[in-house]
Design a binder for this molecule. Structure first.
Ligand code: BGP
Length: 485
């Protein structure tokens, strides 16, 4: 499989999952590290965690309640270890590093008029370190870490005023890092807010006064994020005119469980609102017709101004990025079929696919299918912003992990990406999730390891924190040097 030489191969992390030092140098609490570690009895049952996140439960973390632990506050201490880690990324052969900047390090409570200089200094050093090794840098502005105060004091993303707080934050980043950053993603997996406005937008349902309908709150909060993204793109055209702006969506490709016409119709409507909708809004610049029917049917009345519509239309993304881990089967309500795990939400089991112990189904051909499907629909350059396999790995006294399953997962997906490009799909690059073990987004656990590099911490953050290259590290390094899969 030959890849275009300009194709960028890299790795992705998220500030709230790697940095640690959550309250150091002026940073204030974000919603992300208020989520306590949850040991799943059944690892395929992820959905319950998100819906169990009540304000009361999260406030326990503000009081540091006994018996609860918050791994995201410690991460893998990238905040102090970033030089060693970036050196390892470069040794592995990363062309591009996708990182996120923590809003709470720059504007701790979101409403300050001046940025936190120590926060800016940290990211200036991280980006400089990447450039030292000739790596390109892709920055996500929001990776599930809205400052807690924005949630508690302002109502989170359900409050339209948060749009301008975000714009102030973006302006500060463009002023400070506009010359060095090669790609910007305003939001990580912007669609998650349509499922969980608390996780995606720091919205406490208990504080919402004008409705008790979570769907209304989720989609209105998401709308505010769509508008914020469009405003950031509009600002970027002035401040960082030659830097591509992308969207990032948690891709949720499904296949119909059977070929009954009723199943196909049900599948199409599911694909429309659970997959295409988010890309349609940010890549075509308008709410699609089918979404208006969906909102009417679900008594959702979005407050969308004429200015919002103009903003969306005039500020679509330059490229499309998404996370791709798995696919699932679409099983209509009245059909029989079983459930399995998925990215933050449960998914329909596809009897033809194997799954990880967290139930995420492994489907390399699905990445080729999805790339073709999205290219045909949007004709915008594509970027895979996350892809990888989470496995419960233990060093057991050795100094490496023989992760042949990860080599197979990556090799199979790389091959299908190559085939997609041969199919004519235009692509910019790929950043794996993740070059280095880190704290899981959904369950805040270390056990679910994705990295080419093992980090010696356990779910209770016990361990030396030492980094160990897994077998996949050398495989990827060799792939980058020889182009051999
Ligand atoms: C996506 C997030 C990442 C990453 C990944 C894996 O939702 O963008 O932050 O964590 O999924 O999910 P998890 O860590 O829950 O296995």
């Amino acid at each position: 499989m030959k890849f275009p030489k300009e194709f960028l191969w890299g790795g992705a992390t998220a500030a709230n999952q790697v940095e640690g030092q959550h309250d150091k140098d002026g940073r204030a609490m974000s919603i992300a590290e208020m989520i306590p570690y949850t040991k799943l009895k059944d690892r395929t049952k992820i959905g319950g965690i998100m819906t169990s996140l009540t304000k009361e439960k999260l406030l326990e973390s503000v009081e540091n309640k006994e018996g609860l632990s918050y791994p995201k506050r410690l991460g893998i201490n990238f905040y102090e270890n970033y030089k060693e880690d970036i050196k390892l990324f470069s040794e592995a052969g990363l062309d591009v590093y996708r990182m996120s900047i923590s809003w709470g390090r720059i504007y701790p409570n979101g409403d300050e008029s001046k940025p936190n200089e120590k926060g800016l200094e940290f990211y200036r050093n991280v980006i400089k370190e990447c450039k030292k090794y000739g790596m390109k840098v892709m920055v996500t502005l929001h990776h599930f870490d809205t400052p807690y105060t924005i949630g508690a004091k302002y109502g989170g993303w359900y409050n339209r005023d948060v749009i301008d707080m975000f714009l102030k934050y973006a302006k500060t980043l463009f002023e400070n890092f506009g010359k060095e950053v090669d790609y910007w993603l305003p939001f990580n997996e912007i669609n998650i807010t349509s499922f969980f406005a608390l996780f995606g937008g720091a919205v406490f349902m208990e504080d919402v006064k004008d409705t008790k309908d979570p769907k209304q709150v989720n989609y209105q909060s998401l709308h505010h994020q769509f508008v914020a993204q469009a405003k950031v793109i509009e600002l970027a055209k002035k401040m960082v005119p030659n830097t591509p702006m992308g969207c990032m969506v948690a891709n949720m490709t499904t296949y119909p469980i059977d070929c009954k016409p009723e199943t196909m119709m049900s599948w199409l409507q599911s694909e429309q609102m659970k997959k295409y909708f988010f890309y349609d809004v940010v890549a075509k610049g308008e709410y699609p017709t089918y979404s208006k029917v969906f909102f009417e049917k679900n008594n959702i009345e979005l407050k969308i101004t004429e200015d919002d519509r103009k903003l969306l239309k005039n500020n679509t993304v330059d490229f499309i990025s998404y996370s791709y881990y798995s696919t699932s089967a679409h099983i209509p309500e009245d059909s029989n079929g079983s459930k399995t795990g998925g990215n933050l939400v449960e998914a329909g089991k596809n009897p033809y696919l194997k799954a990880t112990e967290w139930g995420w189904q492994i489907d390399p051909i699905g990445i080729r299918y999805t790339l073709n499907d999205m290219w045909d629909r949007y004709h915008k350059p594509m970027f895979i912003a996350e892809n990888g396999i989470g496995v419960d790995e233990k060093l057991n006294g050795k100094d490496t992990i023989e992760d042949d399953y990860r080599i197979k997962y990556l090799r199979d997906h790389f091959e299908q990406i190559g085939l997609a490009m041969e199919d004519g799909v235009e692509m910019i690059g790929y950043t794996m999730w993740t070059p280095i073990d880190l704290v899981s987004a959904g369950t805040s656990e270390m056990s679910k390891r994705y990295g080419l590099i093992y980090v010696d911490y356990d779910d209770d953050h016990k361990g030396t924190g030492k980094r160990y290259k897994k077998k996949s590290f050398d495989w990827f390094k060799n792939f980058k040097e020889t182009g051999e899969l």
